[in-house]
Design a protein around this ligand. Structure first.
Ligand code: MN
Length: 485
């Protein structure tokens, strides 16, 4: 069954605001190049593999990505899955595009096991590896399209892929402030991970939405009238329905009753300036009674991911409660696209205010990233994309990633893999070569531990390891031995 269509060159290019002849030619060239390179390959859905690339490129175009990123999106699987080499890409499309593709390919090699500690290091590794944020954005677009077509993938694989989306990709999108992409990805994944709960909440939202629609029309109409009466000409009102997964998480956090969730449906009022936002809030509060404790000023105090808006909930007078969000067009764009909005400003050639807003959002995101790794001093390094200078990331022979502190040894690695492996470590191979157990490991080393039944820890081992975890295990072994012997 072939369901999703395959985006054409115009489908992609029509999403881009102002496209130069050269850039259009580059995108066309990549489109045809990838189509040819993937010829004969098919997706689980039965459609040509190339469709995945065209669709990924279209997602990137919709995110407002510049032509170079869209081109990289078209070519992101070419090196991995066809006979085309990275040098050919360099020759045909230049170093920058090749660099992005190499980054995406590297991320694709990571394995996901769903172990909590592992999940955290995988997230960190994602950020550390994507020296360039564009690599992450291409990967997120790639993943979103894979999620959209997940139902064609064999059942036994679906859950793992969906869990990976929920654990790794959606949180990354959230950290980058890309809420629209995050929301869609989470709902697609949640439907697979917990189909029963998904159906149940979907029904709740549908029913609620049906009831609220009446209120919303009424409020929409009165609000438009009131704003016009107060001299507003340039405003836009619409509404959004809460995403299923987001509702699920809120219910988990705040108790089970859907009736106390006030933002199931929210009205959005978009006005040109910040001053307008506060004026609109005043007008709304003098027209409808606000629900106490529900007024939030995220303009003066933005959320950590840079989100800005004024929120209030009002009694609509007919027994209903509606959340209203008031923001400027720039704030709205950032709420939807986050860091991706940062790339658009050159193309859109809008005002300086917008550039400033973009930079602000970018900075906020960097701050958030920095907070998430709990080391304030790395902030400046983070801006250069040089994250986690105190950590190394090494591979098991299977390609699993182990996250260790700088200066860690193969013996640390052995204990990180499994206590048994640690306690019986007898030797190590690093990148295929025999190495001592106390050597210093580097990021990207592939480490293999040789074990023997007879091998066991001695006091010297304590000086050979850096991690507290390994030290603890060695100590407890030595103590036990003393007690016994
Ligand atoms: Mn792909």
């Amino acid at each position: 069954m072939i369901e999703s269509k395959c985006a054409s060159i115009s489908d992609i290019c029509n999403e881009i605001h102002s496209l130069s002849k050269e850039d259009r030619a580059m995108i066309e060239n990549a489109y045809l190049f990838a189509d040819k390179a993937h010829e004969g390959q098919a997706r689980y859905s039965g459609e040509p593999y190339f469709c995945h690339l065209a669709e990924t490129a279209q997602i990137l175009a919709q995110l407002g990505m510049p032509p170079i990123v869209i081109t990289a999106g078209l070519l992101h699987d070419t090196v991995e899955d066809t006979t085309v080499t990275i040098d050919q890409i360099k020759e045909e499309f230049g170093d920058e595009i090749a660099f992005i593709i190499e980054g995406v390919t590297k991320l694709g090699k990571l394995k996901y096991r769903g172990v909590e500690r592992h999940v955290e290091s995988l997230r960190k590794f994602f950020i550390a590896t994507s020296e360039d944020i564009r690599v992450l954005i291409v990967k997120l677009a790639d993943k979103l399209h894979n999620m959209r077509t997940l139902k064609f993938v064999p059942k036994e694989k679906q859950k793992r892929i969906a869990m990976e989306a929920l654990d790794i990709y959606a949180p990354l999108a959230e950290r980058l402030g890309m809420m629209r992409l995050k929301g869609e990805m989470e709902d697609l994944a949640f439907e697979v991970v917990n189909p029963k709960k998904y159906a149940e909440l979907d029904k709740v939202v549908r029913e609620k939405r049906f009831i609220s629609e009446k209120y919303l029309k009424h409020v929409h109409h009165s609000l438009s009238k009131v704003l016009a009466k107060n001299g507003f000409r340039d405003f836009h009102i619409d509404y959004r329905v809460k995403r299923i997964y987001s509702l699920f998480k809120k219910l988990q956090k705040k108790g089970k009753d859907v009736n106390v969730i006030y933002d199931l449906v929210a009205l959005r009022v978009i006005v040109p300036t910040v001053e307008d936002c506060y004026r609109v809030l005043g007008i709304i509060h003098s027209t409808w009674k606000p629900v106490p404790g529900r007024v939030k000023d995220f303009i003066a105090l933005p959320k950590t991911n840079g989100y800005q808006s004024l929120h209030t909930s009002i009694f609509t007078g007919d027994g209903g409660i509606v959340e209203v969000q008031i923001k400027t067009p720039e704030m709205h764009e950032h709420a939807e696209f986050g860091i991706a909005a940062h790339f658009g400003y050159k193309e859109n050639a809008k005002t300086q205010t917008k550039q400033f807003q973009n930079q602000l959002a970018w900075l906020n995101t960097m701050k958030e990233l920095q907070k998430s790794i709990k080391d304030p001093e790395l902030f400046i390094q983070n801006l250069r994309g040089d994250f986690f200078t105190d950590r190394i990331f090494v591979y098991t022979p299977n390609g699993d990633i182990i996250d260790l502190p700088l200066g860690a040894s193969p013996l640390d690695f052995a204990f990180a893999v499994h206590t048994y492996v640690g306690l019986h470590a007898n030797g190590a191979k690093v990148n295929g070569k025999m190495t001592s157990l106390d050597a210093k490991l580097k990021t990207k080393d592939i480490v293999e531990i040789l074990t023997s039944e007879k091998a066991k820890p001695n006091r010297k081992w304590l000086d050979m390891v850096k991690t507290t975890f390994a030290k603890k295990r060695i100590r407890s072994f030595l103590t036990e031995k003393n007690v016994q012997g």
